[in-house]
Write a protein that binds this ligand. Structure first.
Ligand SMILES: [Mg+2]
Length: 353
């Protein structure tokens, strides 16, 4: 049984603008287009939402609802930078994930835990890691399928975690309006409403015959499955930019090669263990060296085929450390071992067959 989560950053663009300019925090804020032209609201902060301002509303309407609202033009480069930090922080807790946008995606919690009962703890650890690194907050929905996680992450915004336990998925979805179900657009909603179906539960209860009359074909069957919480979609892993690294600052600067190698191998064990547990493998291995004067050098090597073996990672990292010390001798205050260019090991072995 999969253990998944959907993560959604709270009012992402607006939250970034508030971090960049804290005086905005207490004011109604819209990130979006010109209220005097044909601009639309990209994101409103929670103060603005109290006035009924929502994403995709025209900026002119937002201004009508709240004449004091502050408009800020979107700065996409900036949001991308924050997003990268967010996903790097997430990746350190849960390395297997699928990004579906700058501010949302699915996490494979099953890659770090075996028991569903521990899922909330991991979700909290993700929130803590994201907040520590970026000061941004997020909501998570935790369950056994993408569709239930996605719906659940909406329930306690901002900053909440909603856990839908195995076996309770359909019950959780049943009372919600059909529109809450991903895949039900305005058209499907209209057809369902015309047939007197307002809730996800009543969609789930339709017989094949009834379903065919309202939503014929594959779409109908797919939506009824989702209404029951059934969603076999796997995560489409997005691990290209993620890295896993471990580093350690020594109490005393180290120059003894054997001692340094021992440290590097210990870190390689940790990194390798993380890869194996996450069912990932890596093509690039990096050693990081920080000298007594705080300057940093790193040396990397990229392999033709991905590896996940700690000994191999250790061999390569020791070689990279030696290379770094040959280029610039000195004693070190910190050493790090990292891997990147991650890929899904199972997928690769399938392709190899
Ligand atoms: Mg969001």
């Amino acid at each position: 049984m999969p253990i998944l989560a959907h993560l959604d950053l709270d009012a992402f663009y607006a939250a970034v603008e508030e971090l960049e300019n804290p005086t905005l925090r207490s004011r109604p804020l819209v990130v979006g287009g010109d209220p005097h032209g044909r601009g639309v609201v990209a994101t409103a902060n929670y103060v603005a939402r109290r006035f009924g301002i929502r994403s995709a509303m025209s900026s002119a309407e937002a201004l009508r609802r709240c004449p004091d609202v502050v408009f800020v033009r979107p700065r996409h480069m900036l949001y991308r930078q924050y997003s990268q930090e967010v996903w790097a922080a997430i990746g350190e807790v849960v390395p297997r994930f699928e990004r579906t946008g700058l501010d949302e995606g699915y996490l494979d919690l099953g890659s770090v835990i075996d028991e569903f009962t521990r899922a909330r703890t991991i979700a909290e650890a993700v929130q803590t890691a994201v907040r520590a690194r970026t000061s941004l907050t997020c909501a998570l929905g935790v369950s056994t399928s993408k569709v239930v996680c996605k719906v659940a992450s909406e329930r306690r915004k901002p900053g909440g975690i909603t856990v839908v336990r195995p076996g309770t998925e359909a019950r959780f979805l049943a009372p919600l309006p059909v529109r809450a179900l991903p895949g039900v657009g305005p058209k499907a909603e209209e057809r369902l409403a015309a047939a007197g179906i307002a809730t996800v539960g009543s969609l789930a209860a339709l017989t094949d015959l009834e379903l065919r009359a309202v939503l014929p074909g594959q779409v109908g069957r797919l939506l009824r499955d989702r209404a029951l919480g059934i969603d076999p979609r796997d995560l489409e892993l997005d691990t290209e930019r993620v890295s896993i690294s471990v580093e350690e600052t020594f109490e005393r600067n180290l120059s003894d090669r054997a001692a340094l190698h021992a440290e590097v191998r210990r870190m390689a064990d940790e990194v390798g263990g993380h890869l194996v547990r996450s069912k990932l493998s890596a093509r690039t291995v990096t050693a990081k060296l920080r000298y007594a004067d705080f300057s940093i050098r790193s040396r990397s090597t990229t392999l033709a085929a991905p590896i996940d073996d700690a000994t191999q990672i250790g061999d390569l990292a020791c070689g990279l450390l030696d290379r770094g010390l040959r280029d610039r001798p000195g004693s070190l205050r910190l050493v790090g071992v990292g891997v990147s260019g991650l890929s899904d090991f199972q997928q690769l072995s399938l392709e190899d067959v």
